[in-house]
Design a binder for this molecule. Structure first.
Ligand SMILES: Cc1cc2nc3c(=O)[nH]c(=O)nc-3n(C[C@H](O)[C@H](O)[C@H](O)COP(=O)(O)O)c2cc1C
Length: 177
């Protein structure tokens, strides 16, 4: 199954749909290139500073957070429906205690433009380089909303990744339904 370069807007609907249902897989790596994968359900694709961007929200308690701080690159991978259970697993256990890539038998392929790999079994890929980050600020959140989404604090850090390239397995995307 070949992966062809796409415009970052080509599979916007499919990407958001998978993100809001089963989640996407964010791959990061430390400076020695040791990779980790986590599920993300909160994120946005858009255009900012005249650049295509994938914006992701990662809590400081995640192992991924330290890796993003160490290496300002990541890939976002859209899993096919068959990987729903594996995606949930990647959103349930931490890379601090588990080698999720080995356990879920993901095949890693080097990124085309970033040092972080992609997951071959996924069907749409976005390679991102960090442009900016900031924090969700407790004082600026609606009060009721704050207790609903952040009962224990652990406010997300927001990472703005410039999409350097995006590619997909067009045939597999058509099968998403
Ligand atoms: C479907 C799904 C979506 C998730 N979305 C996010 C998210 O957007 N941001 C976040 O910080 N954690 C999110 N999580 C939780 C992390 O994926 C989870 O804590 C994971 O174990 C972190 O892995 P790590 O410690 O290896 O980085 C999500 C979990 C699931 C199951």
């Amino acid at each position: 199954m070949g992966k062809v370069t796409i415009d970052y807007r080509d599979y916007f609907a499919e990407t958001i749909q998978q993100m809001c249902t089963q989640g996407l897989l964010l791959v990061s790596a430390d400076k020695d290139k040791k990779p980790n994968v986590m599920a993300i359900g909160w994120g946005m694709i858009g255009s900012i500073w005249s650049r295509p961007a994938f914006i992701v929200f990662v809590r400081p308690s995640r192992h991924t957070y330290g890796l993003l701080e160490e290496v300002g690159e990541f890939t976002v991978n859209v899993p096919p429906n068959e990987l729903a259970e594996a995606t949930t697993y990647c959103g349930t256990v931490s890379g601090r205690d588990h080698d999720k890539i080995k356990e879920k038998q993901f095949t890693l392929v080097p990124g085309r433009k970033v040092r972080v790999p992609i997951i071959q079994e996924c069907i749409i890929h976005y390679e991102c380089r960090l442009l900016h980050k900031n924090n969700v600020l407790a004082d600026f959140l609606d009060k009721n909303f704050k207790s609903e989404v952040y009962p224990k604090g652990d406010f997300h850090r927001i990472y703005f990744g410039e999409i350097l390239t995006a590619y997909a397995d067009d045939e597999a995307v058509k099968e998403l339904g």
